[in-house]
Design a protein around this ligand. Structure first.
Ligand code: FDA
Length: 368
């Protein structure tokens, strides 16, 4: 029997805890926030499940992961089909026949391809040197300027001409009238929200949960008293930033209750112009097809933000500098034989929920 400490009650920590506790190990989960579930946390307000840390849509082609997560919640048939608002003109996403028809009045896939190829000519024979040139070489100027430029510049806090080309490797172009954002086999939102998933994972007599508890308040004591530690916080912070700081992007959420039944008619609307300071507006009730109190709705505006110590680190910035620095931290991590580093912050990797589950299952199966 191993005595585990799990630092962080996000999806990685919860899956890991669930798996090792099932095998009879003793598990203590500590969480610095005042609630479980990390960034997938949802909270009911006016009968609506509010995605407190941004829109979370579960999608996967990994049947094993999809079957696994069904143990903890029943999923609805939500299909992500965001809409872009560019100065009041609405375009369907991802780029598909609806988008092309709205943009250029084309009707057939051939007409759309001809138009895209004509637009791409601008970059013919040139090697894209930055994100702007890369996007134009892939899809042309119209789509780039109306649907990519402003959104991307807000997201990264930098001009598209100053961003590296590799950020956009491919731009999926769908020549059908299909607004489903994802190509995955399975997709949905848990009926009744995400928090229940983590609650059920941690509902085991071998698991003790302590909220409002920061690992760094008693790091040395924890390292001494537990057989194994699964750490899902920031890897650079674990080592007291001794090799330097990894960079992150942060977000600020502004949530508002509105006395209307239906505010924007869709769960996700992206604001793709450069002037509107937020990137997206989420209307949470549409994740569950309008479920919630009559005459009430909750909307959240998402503002990208620079990150500094103390802010929530939402996205790792996986550029060359940071990936190299992460590799050095990983080297240090490998020498800590008591500690397993996992999840989005512990592995400095942008994981979707299904990938986090797959990784936590893989890693928890390689220990006692
Ligand atoms: P997570 O960050 O959730 O959990 C880590 C936990 O550790 C946190 O609760 C934190 O408080 C705690 N912790 C950190 N340091 C600690 C310390 N020192 N002491 C104690 N506790 C500590 N994925 C997807 O599949 N579909 C989607 O639509 C989205 N959408 C999305 C939107 C936004 C805005 C973001 C930022 C992310 C997504 N994701 C997503 C990704 C998804 O959120 C992600 O895959 C999982 O939440 C990662 O789970 P982790 O457990 O790795 O991290």
């Amino acid at each position: 029997m191993t005595n585990y400490l799990i630092v962080g009650s996000g999806l990685f920590g919860a899956v890991f805890a669930h798996e090792v506790a099932k095998r009879g190990n003793k598990v203590t989960v500590i969480e610095k926030r005042n609630h479980l579930a990390g960034n997938i946390y949802t909270k009911e307000v006016d009968g609506i499940q509010v995605h407190q840390y941004g829109a979370h849509i579960f999608h996967t082609s990994d049947k094993k992961v999809w079957d696994y997560v069904q143990q903890f919640a029943e999923f609805n048939r939500y299909t992500n089909s965001p809409v872009a608002n560019y100065y009041g003109k609405m375009y369907n996403l991802p780029f598909n026949m609806n988008t092309f028809s709205e943009m250029w009045g084309v009707r057939t896939p051939q007409e759309a391809m001809d138009k895209i190829n004509e637009q791409r000519q601008e970059m013919a024979g040139k090697d894209p040197q930055n994100l702007e040139e890369q996007a134009i070489s892939l899809i042309g100027r119209d789509i780039y300027e109306k649907l990519i430029k402003g959104y991307t510049e807000k997201q990264w806090g930098r001009k598209a001409t100053e961003l590296p080309a590799f950020i956009i490797k491919r731009l999926p172009v769908r020549l059908t009238y299909d607004n489903n954002y994802f190509n995955d086999d399975y997709q949905g939102i848990p009926k009744g929200g995400y928090t229940q998933i983590v609650e059920k994972m941690l509902d085991n007599e071998n698991i003790e949960v302590k909220l409002n508890t920061d690992f760094f308040d008693k790091k040395d004591e924890y390292l001494k008293n537990f057989d194994k530690i699964v750490y899902t916080g920031m890897i650079d912070k674990f080592f007291d930033y001794k090799l330097g700081e990894l960079e992150y992007r942060s977000l600020r959420f502004e949530t508002e209750e509105k006395d209307v039944d239906n505010y924007q008619g869709n769960a996700v609307i992206n604001y793709t112009d450069a002037e509107t300071p937020y990137t997206r507006v989420i209307e949470h009730k549409h994740f569950e097809f309008g479920k919630g109190d009559k005459g009430k709705t909750i909307v959240t505006r998402e503002y990208p933000a620079n990150w500094k110590r103390g802010d929530e680190p939402y996205y790792p910035v996986n550029n060359e500098r940071n990936n190299n620095l992460y590799k050095q931290y990983k080297g240090l991590a490998e020498k800590q034989n008591k500690v397993i580093f996992g999840g989005r912050l512990g592995q400095y990797k942008y994981y979707n929920m299904d990938q986090v589950i797959a990784e936590a299952l893989r890693m928890s199966n390689s220990v006692e």
